[in-house]
Design a protein around this ligand. Structure first.
Ligand SMILES: *Cc1c(COP(=O)(O)O)cnc(C)c1O
Length: 375
């Protein structure tokens, strides 16, 4: 938590649950990434946190944007982003959304199927297109599964067809999975992309861009490698495979930019034990449906802090406040919280600036969506 957030919480004691996000930290993260990877253009993945305060700050810093839907495209434009700085990065788009984005001046689109490529040709003629390839997500705490991307061979076929359809075959993309803690997956993916660049060049199609996706991790409960480690591994792999003919490089960080800029402040609703089991159940006023959706499968392991930290601790299961049995944050993952913790206490959930506010449900059990304070 930044000193600014700590001060805000102490002075204002905002009603819980709420997210307090320090927009200066967003800027610091953006600058850190740009410094680490000066040859890559940064496209902020808007879905991580689409708050106008974040988009405006990033637009002012010269960031570009990766939008998943037409509403996100429009949010970027409203925040002052140039249409040419927006990539419509979802490979699954309604025809009407493509047409609206194209009419607004967006000229860069992702795809991973022949069917989507044809939609782009019809509704966004002349645009730059890039094909997403399927890569290993090993090492990612929040993998993106087989839903997106296609095989190298199929991608090659589609990129050869793009020109004939009146589109500009611009490049290739991949995503190694979110909260990726290993550099090896980037290195392997770059090798695959480079192979296809060569094959296509031999076929007369000269791609110009590699989109390295997002995935850069945030420190939750466990330490993660710093951004420099990823940048060094990426540049070494790019140089190894492309030599002096480096293509344009794009990165699409979401979590890395917004994650550690925010803190959720929550209240303990109940602490109790079930019979003689030593594990205490700690129920908070935010859970799976209040925005902490990435605790699904206990995948993302948030770090909790309390005013009792430093005192004796004991094992806990941590759950949300709703009447849904799935609303458990951690039961299998060993967590410990202070023995002094009791109902009414505040708990801070660290590094919750990304993938929280937009996951909050609408009034499930009557609970209002998460309040947000951008400072
Ligand atoms: C979600 C997403 C990102 C951002 O991923 P992070 O792991 O948050 O950096 C980037 N690109 C695409 C295409 C995505 O779907």
């Amino acid at each position: 938590m930044t000193p600014k957030i700590a001060r805000y919480l102490a002075v204002h004691q905002p009603a819980t649950p709420c997210l307090v996000l320090d927009v200066d930290r967003v800027e610091e993260n953006f600058r850190a990434l740009r410094t680490a990877l000066p040859l890559a253009r940064v496209y902020y993945a808007v879905k991580a946190n689409p708050a106008p305060q974040i988009l405006e700050r990033l637009a002012g810093l010269g960031s570009s944007f990766d939008a998943a839907g037409i509403e996100e495209v429009e949010a970027c434009l409203a925040a002052g982003a140039a249409a040419r700085s927006i990539s419509f990065g979802n490979t699954i788009k309604k025809a009407s959304a493509i047409a609206r984005a194209h009419a607004a001046g967006v000229d860069m689109f992702a795809f991973d199927s022949a069917e989507e490529l044809e939609k782009l040709a019809r509704h966004a003629p002349g645009s730059r297109v890039y094909c997403r390839i399927l890569v290993e997500n090993a090492g990612a705490d929040w993998p993106l599964s087989r839903k997106f991307g296609t095989t190298l061979e199929h991608a090659g076929e589609l990129m050869r067809r793009a020109g004939a359809l009146g589109l500009d075959p611009y490049g290739l993309s991949f995503h190694v999975g979110s909260q990726q803690t290993s550099t090896a997956s980037y290195e392997a993916a770059i090798g695959r992309v480079a192979m296809l660049f060569t094959d296509l060049r031999d076929a007369g199609v000269n791609l110009r861009m590699v989109n390295l996706g997002g995935g850069f991790p945030v420190r939750y409960r466990d330490e993660v490698p710093g951004i420099d480690r990823f940048a060094d591994a990426i540049m070494a792999a790019m140089t190894e495979h492309f030599g002096n003919a480096l293509p344009e490089m794009l990165v699409e960080p979401g979590r890395f930019i917004a994650g550690d800029a925010g803190v959720v402040s929550a209240e303990v609703v109940l602490v109790c034990r079930k019979g003689s089991d030593p594990v205490r159940w700690v129920y908070l006023d935010i859970g799976r449906f209040g925005g902490l959706a990435e605790t699904e499968g206990e995948a993302i392991k948030y770090r909790f802090t309390t005013a009792h930290d430093g005192g004796a601790t004991g094992p806990v299961a941590i759950a949300g406040p709703t009447c849904d049995g799935a609303d458990i944050l951690y039961e299998r993952t060993p967590y410990r919280l202070p023995l002094a913790l009791q109902s009414g206490d505040r708990v801070e959930i660290q590094a919750t600036g990304a993938y929280v506010t937009t996951y909050a449900s609408q009034r499930f059990n009557g609970f209002a969506p998460l309040a947000e304070h951008y400072i």
